[in-house]
Structure formats: structure tokens, C-alpha cells
Design a protein around this ligand. Structure first.
Ligand SMILES: NC(=O)c1ccc[n+]([C@@H]2O[C@H](COP(=O)([O-])OP(=O)(O)OC[C@H]3O[C@@H](n4cnc5c(N)ncnc54)[C@H](OP(=O)(O)O)[C@@H]3O)[C@@H](O)[C@H]2O)c1
Length: 303
């Protein structure tokens, strides 16, 4: 049994990580602002991480150290700096959730290696995640070893469905498909993706505990199935007992109109070899199984 701290812990990804830690028998703390219901079995710490002194005081108040700390909600360089400062002497291992949007889309490869010189450097979400990574890579982390994961589209119960514009995280997706409304997908949904089921991500994260191979390593956090994005919507339609229809949004035009979505406009494929070679939990949930569960979870909510 390990002592685990999750930064976040009541959201989609962070909540799944916290629940998986509890289910694995780990003694689990979470730190949130206290606005959402917490998973059963966790010890709550309450602080807004943006309030640095309050965050440090909340961590202090726990009166313990941890075998691993997972930062599930670091978005800007100061967040990762905070991890280094607050946890350097409190944990031997830090897991940090980055994103595959760190990669500069025109330079992406199929499959995409972790090692590249082509990262976004603008003011985007992905560029700021890369700045977080650099804080860990270049920071004085002392005896705290870090592990970074770069997830692609994460799906599973607790989130909305939809992996590509204009139907990314679309609350109305099930209604649209049921109504026979054609889905407007950029590039007609032919971009390749490898969505990761949220519980597979959590299982991977837990598997880094005590695994020295994961020290100072970055992993592309992808699922086992490489699919065309439209396959994702076809599976959902299948659960609904119908067929999805599509309209193609031209890629170049969409890029011009939505520069903020540029990271979607490329194939997003990687291998899972590094996880396997390092003896870590390799994502294995077939996309069909995970998407059926995800869709049914929304249907159970009355969607
Ligand atoms: N979804 C994807 O497809 C995808 C892809 C790649 C990477 N990611 C990454 O995955 C991670 C998780 O994403 P998510 O959307 O599922 O987030 P999440 O885990 O739902 O994060 C929200 C959690 O953080 C807490 N929180 C929010 N702001 C806080 C603050 N200032 N101080 C303390 N606690 C705070 C929330 O509780 P309270 O509201 O009670 O504070 C809640 O527990 C992110 O790092 C994201 O960049 C996601």
C-alpha cells in the first residue's frame, strides 16, 4: 500500500485516478477547492492551488509525506514550479499530466515519438503544457523523480463524448445522431486518432509507483486502437441503433477560421512500446468496449 496524493481528485481524469488509487488499496489524499463531491475513501485537503501560500499550508497540514504525487491539473509553468517547490522534499515521485497538444502539428510524425524538437511555442494550451514539462526537466527537483504523460483524447464515464471539431465534447451529440443530423467533422473525420480510456490512464499512472524505469520519462498516453476519428462516432451511433452521417469541413479553411483548434488537424498516433518495455501498465481497453460503456453512462443520465 502506498500513500498517494492527487492534485485535483474530484474531476473527470483526476477523480478516476483517485478512485483507482483507493480501489488499489492505497491511502489516498486529494487537494481541491472543495467545490465538487469527492470520491469515497479519500482524505480531503482544501486549497486553491493558484493561492500559493494557502496551497503550501494545506499540504503542510496533512502532516505526512507521500510515495507519489499526481498533478492532474497543472496548466501553466508556475503550477509545475509549485510542484517542484512544494513536493521536492515530500515525495520521491511526481506524476504530471501534460498533453499531446505539446507537439507542433505540421511536424507531427506517424507514429509520433516523444523525442522531438518541434513543440508549440505560442500561447496555446499545448505550449503552456510544454512549459510545465520544462519546469520539471530543468528544475532542481532534488530526490523527487518525475514522470510526464502526454494523453491524446481521453474518454470514459464522467466526460462528454466527441473527439474532433465541430463535435468535440458535444453535449448534444447523442441527440444529433438520433435525429439523423449530419455531423460536421473537419476533414470528414479521416484524421487518425488513438483515444485513451480514462481508467487505462489511471492504471498506467498507478503502475509508475516504485518503478525506476519511469523516472525522468515522458510517455505518449494513447489507447490500443488506431482509428479514423469518424469510427469513434460510428461506434456511438451503433450503440444508439442507428448510422451516423457526416459532412466534410475543409481542413485548410477550418484552420484559418479556427487557429485555436490547430492541434486537432493532424494524425495523432503513437506506439505503446515504451510503456511495455518499462514494465508499466499498458492501455488495453478496446475502443469499442470503452465507448460503449461511455455512451451507456450518458444514456443512463437520461441523454
Ligand atoms: N480531456 C482530455 O481529452 C485531455 C487530453 C489531454 C490532457 N488532458 C489533461 O488531463 C488533465 C485532467 O483534465 P480534466 O479536465 O479531467 O480535469 P479534472 O481532473 O476534472 O480537474 C478538475 C479537478 O481539479 C480541481 N481543481 C480545479 N481547479 C483547482 C484549483 N485552482 N485548485 C485546486 N483544485 C482545483 C477540481 O475540484 P474543485 O472544482 O472542487 O476545485 C477537480 O477536482 C488536465 O491536466 C488536462 O490538461 C485532458
Amino acid at each position: 500500500m502506498a500513500k498517494v496524493l492527487v492534485i485535483g481528485g474530484s474531476g473527470f481524469v483526476s477523480g478516476t485516478v483517485a478512485r483507482a488509487a483507493v480501489a488499489a488499496g492505497h491511502k489516498t489524499w486529494v487537494v481541491t477547492r472543495g467545490q465538487k463531491e469527492l470520491p469515497a475513501g479519500v482524505t480531503a485537503l482544501v486549497a486553491d492551488r493558484k493561492d500559493q501560500p494557502a496551497f503550501a499550508a494545506a499540504i503542510d497540514s496533512a502532516g505526512t509525506d507521500w510515495d507519489v504525487v499526481y498533478d492532474c491539473i497543472g496548466y501553466f509553468a508556475p503550477d509545475a514550479r509549485q510542484d517542484v517547490e512544494v513536493f521536492r522534499n515530500r515525495t520521491p515521485q511526481l506524476g504530471f499530466i501534460s498533453t499531446d497538444f505539446v507537439y507542433d502539428p505540421p511536424f507531427r510524425k506517424v507514429p509520433q515519438p516523444v523525442e522531438t524538437e518541434h513543440f508549440l511555442t505560442d500561447d496555446s494550451y499545448g505550449a503552456n503544457k510544454r512549459r510545465c514539462e520544462l519546469e520539471l526537466i530543468n528544475g532542481d527537483t532534488g530526490d523527487m523523480k518525475w514522470t510526464v504523460i502526454r494523453p491524446c483524447h481521453i474518454y470514459g464515464p464522467g466526460s462528454e463524448l466527441g473527439c474532433l471539431p465541430k463535435h468535440g465534447r458535444d453535449k448534444e451529440l447523442l441527440n444529433r445522431i438520433r435525429a439523423g443530423e449530419p455531423l460536421e467533422l473537419v476533414g470528414a473525420g479521416y484524421f487518425l486518432q488513438q483515444p485513451i480510456f480514462v481508467r487505462d490512464l489511471a492504471a498506467f499512472f498507478l503502475s509508475i509507483i516504485g518503478n525506476r524505469n519511469a523516472h525522468g520519462q515522458i510517455y505518449n498516453m494513447y489507447g490500443p486502437d488506431i482509428i479514423q476519428s469518424r469510427d469513434y462516432y460510428d461506434i456511438i451511433a451503433d450503440v444508439l441503433g442507428t448510422k451516423a452521417k457526416y459532412i466534410e469541413l475543409p481542413v485548410d479553411q477550418y484552420r484559418e477560421e479556427h487557429p485555436e483548434h490547430v492541434s486537432f488537424l493532424c494524425h495523432r498516433v503513437s506506439t505503446l512500446d515504451k510503456m511495455r518495455e518499462h514494465g508499466l501498465a499498458v492501455p488495453a481497453t478496446p475502443l469499442v468496449d470503452g465507448l460503449i460503456e461511455h455512451t451507456k453512462s450518458l444514456l443512463a443520465q437520461g441523454r
